[in-house]
Design a binder for this molecule. Structure first.
Ligand SMILES: [Zn+2]
Length: 322
């Protein structure tokens, strides 16, 4: 009787401890991240429709297989063929919506707010709404998010604030980025290696991409902790490119191993950290965590330790420095 009781107690203990043990195995706490993709429909050296369809298909397969409620930010200038909206390219955006994902505006032609007059820039934002809004509304949804090209938010406080007022007036919410990274450099290197037929180098770039991104996650988890005292709901910036078509699945596995659940941008923005004061108006396109840190008066030491892109990747991308 006594041993039966002991066995029961032991079993109960085991059952009770199992989730904790599983968590310990993952070696993580509960973390959340919203995944955002810029430069839709596709950012690639391959402009032909067949290549862009293939990249989109592969990327969406990896996104949906991992149940990631992602958002894609569109440059509608990429939908043009010979100056006219090409329905076959519009169909690439439709694939995102049909996969249950959201779309946002990333301007029509990807201008740089730091070198473009504000009125020219806002015209480009408006021009970039047309197709995306139509597709969203056909699904009973609204166009509600804007992502700045190059993460350039204005190099004077006046421009920044005027532009933000314009966005609010048109019903947009800014889509910030907290986990900023140089994935676009890896993507360029990857495509260059593939085009030269150097599959071995492409594989090395792909593998290094995942470990580099894991270092970035570790860095920004710490940055959030240092600034806010907790790990915020993060927002990751990626691009719709061939690298992610081939490696997003591995990237999602890495995030899951770190304990991440994938959430919508809407859910992420509920974190109070996103309401922090941001008066940064410098030239750099940087993470919002650093904008908030600069605004809060953090000194240089705070920003130390950010992972760098390895030299062999920079070289293959044809980029001198980050
Ligand atoms: Zn972009």
């Amino acid at each position: 009787m006594k041993s039966r009781l002991l066995t029961t107690v032991l079993i109960l203990l085991l059952v009770w401890c199992a989730p904790a043990a599983a968590n310990a195995q993952r070696n993580t706490k509960q973390r959340t991240v919203a995944i955002t993709f810029d430069d839709l429909p596709v950012n690639s050296l391959q402009h032909d429709l067949a290549s862009q369809e293939l990249i989109t298909r592969k990327l969406l397969r990896a996104i949906t297989a991992n149940r990631v409620p992602a958002i894609g930010f569109v440059n509608e200038s990429k939908l043009l063929t010979a100056g006219r909206s090409d329905e076959k390219r519009v169909a690439l955006l439709q694939m995102w919506l049909d996969a249950g994902l959201e779309l946002g505006n990333h301007t029509f032609s990807h201008p740089d707010l730091h070198t473009t007059a504000l009125n020219v820039f806002t015209d480009d934002v408006v021009r970039g709404e047309e197709v995306t809004r139509r597709l969203l509304e056909a699904k009973g949804r609204n166009l509600r998010y804007f992502r700045h090209p190059f993460l350039h938010t204005g190099n004077s406080l006046e421009t920044k604030q005027k532009f933000e007022e314009f966005l609010i007036g048109r019903g947009y919410r800014i889509a910030p980025v907290t986990i900023d990274n140089s994935e676009w450099i890896f993507a360029r290197a990857y495509e260059n290696a593939m085009q030269r037929g150097d599959k071995q180098l492409a594989k090395r770039i792909g593998r290094t991409y995942i470990s580099y991104m894991e270092e970035k996650f570790a860095y920004f988890e710490q940055q959030s902790l240092a600034l806010f005292g907790y790990e915020m709901k993060q927002t990751l910036l990626l691009h719709a490119n061939a690298l992610n078509a081939d490696y997003f699945h591995a990237l999602a596995q890495m995030m899951k191993k770190r304990g991440y659940d994938f959430i919508t941008l809407e859910e992420a923005l509920k974190d109070k950290a996103y309401s922090s004061r941001d008066t940064y108006a410098g030239p750099a396109g940087i993470t919002w965590i650093h904008r908030w840190a600069i605004t809060a008066g953090k000194d240089e030491a705070f920003f130390k330790g950010e992972p760098r892109t390895p030299d062999f990747v920079l070289k293959e991308a044809g980029i001198k420095a980050e």
